[in-house]
Design a protein around this ligand. Structure first.
Ligand SMILES: [Zn+2]
Length: 158
């Protein structure tokens, strides 16, 4: 668990998205909350979620800005974003979504060096919930449980 917490530190020397994109072993992918990788992207559960089920889609390449992305990277990131929406709808039935990219620390980017798109599932009333809890962090055990559930739903056919 300390290992997982260490990965999440913004000041951590290693880029956690690059590490996630490189992870191939099942146990390492699980520890890094990797849901899947596509040709150009990696999809992970955000350990610092705005709401339960908050996912991140990132190009595998370590690029800081959107204008550095190639067309295949842009297309793939959007395709994986849609796949995230579909998966979350099946798994946890959100009532809505916020989808977007924070560029630069002043815009709220926790990891300015590696561009990533947020998919934040929303439910009526969740804003109040998050306001009350303020600086809430999901415990690693809960993130692991969500990983397990999303992998289970993703592997279901139909
Ligand atoms: Zn990176």
């Amino acid at each position: 668990m300390q290992y997982i917490r260490g990965l999440a530190k913004p000041e951590s020397e290693e880029c956690f998205l690059c590490a996630a994109a490189r992870a191939t072993a099942e146990d390492e992918r699980r520890a890094r909350l990797v849901l899947w990788t596509s040709e150009n992207s990696v999809v992970v559960i955000n350990l610092f979620p705005y709401t339960n089920g908050h996912l991140l889609i990132s190009p595998k390449a370590h690029k800081a800005d959107m204008e550095e992305l190639t067309e295949p990277e842009i297309l793939d990131m959007q395709q994986q974003t849609i796949a995230c929406v579909k998966l979350l709808k099946r798994a946890i039935s959100p009532q809505g979504f916020n989808i977007g990219i924070n560029l630069g620390r002043c815009a709220g980017a926790g990891l300015p060096g590696h561009v990533h798109q947020h998919v934040v599932p929303r439910w009526a009333g969740d804003v109040n919930f998050m306001t009350v809890l303020g600086d809430v962090r999901v415990v690693p055990e809960a993130a692991d449980k969500l990983w397990e559930e999303l992998m289970r739903v993703r592997n279901q056919t139909g």
